[in-house]
Design a protein around this ligand. Sequence first.
Ligand code: CS2
Length: 500
Amino acid sequence: MSISNDTLDDLADLPDVKTPQYDRSEVTPGIVHIGPSHFARGHLFKYIDRILHHDSQWGIRAISLKSSNVRDALEKQDYLYTITEHTAAGKQRHVVGSLMNITVAQENPKTTLDVLCDPNIKLVTITVTQKGYGHDPSTGTLDFERDDIKQCLESMDAPSTTVGYLVAALERRMQEGAPPLTIMSCDNMPSNGSILRNVVLAYAAQKSSKLRRYIESNITFPSTMVDRIVPTTTETDVFNAQSAGISDEWPIITENFMQWAIEDNFAGQVPDFASVGATVCDYVEPFELMKLRMLNGAHMALGCVGGLAGYEFVDEAMKNPSIHSFVLGFMEEASGTVPNIKGVDFAYYQDELVKRLENPYMKDELVRLARNGTQKINGRVVDTLEDAKANEKPYQHIAFATAAWIQYLKGYDEEGNEIDINDENAVSSGLQQIARNSNGNPQPVMTASRLFDYHLMNDKHFMADVTRHLQNIGQWGVIRATEEIYSEPQQDREAAYQKG
Ligand code: CS2
């Protein structure tokens, strides 16, 4: 059965399918979402779908900056799509009705600005990945040297980046006297709200100090922590959806878990997030750190280690006992750097995370976890290392993850098969080539990446550890190298191995 407003009643008769129990024709737009990614469709839009069951003013109008793929797939389905949640107990399908339409900015810049300037819009949410903010990850401020930012600043009336569109819209909203706006980053970055605020203010200051002041007084940028594992949809998923009775061009397959912590920092009216299971709190950073360092950090480490070992999927790699205990070791070390959170037991959180990674129904690709490493390694690994070192906490698994990333950057697994590292920046900046020439020495990559701070780079013990791990990976392969994480310097171990 096809999926559209007209078929909703029939879809509800299919087994295990839940459909929106509100009248979609009554829904009005209150949210603009930039970047209708898999993640957003599997997480945010689902929360908002719940909101619409009791408050119809929060429909979502989405903006895709460049790609028309999602719009092309969903337009003919009245922007409805399914989310299939997999658990050991079976699956549940939901038809999500919160997305009202998608504008592709590149095709239609004028409508894009009109959408952002609509006075009924009170909330803008954003998932454009870390690299979409135009900031320098090592400083957290707008990177004026980046080509996309330079280009956008040169033609401010025809923006092309997220920050460019936001500032152009805020200027018009200021001129038109539109109500205050809450702009909420939902990307996995530490202090995502502050980074967004920084880049918007720095960009706006290039236009006028009046605009900057307007933003400072009328716009808020709450930080958030978002969590739900949403693997990339495959052809098989589309086929399976069809075999199960629904032809959905772009179904979302995910787990039966989602979490959203939102800083209580709103400029005006926002949806009643708490009523649909989100946590609204004064201080979101500890939640962000816990998730980024324990889940996303372990994800990235697992992506590199599992990928080098030749695995394709997360659950498959987790079945390897050495990888399994490496992931546990990583999470334990990472948790040692996260401040306590009232009511949260890290050991329990970690057990749950491991179960989520082991979920055999989720075909989550390791390449997804490791992609765009140069944009992600900061918050997921480097900051954790710095805190662990500064507080004299154990860090060997995290140092190992650094070495595994350097090896992964080369772009082939241990059998010599090519891996698509999916990190444009690493390739164009020459970092991949530096990794290929590194010959067991991590220093050139770490220096050229500009991601590791002075203290780490000058810490002889730490550098010796990363070097040892990188050489072990090169010599023995990544699996055995994980088993040697705590071993003695290489020659001693070599000798011990030779003696048998
Ligand atoms: C992953 C995340 O690609 C990645 O960085 O770690 O997409 C992860 O699946 C989500 O953050 C889970 O909430």
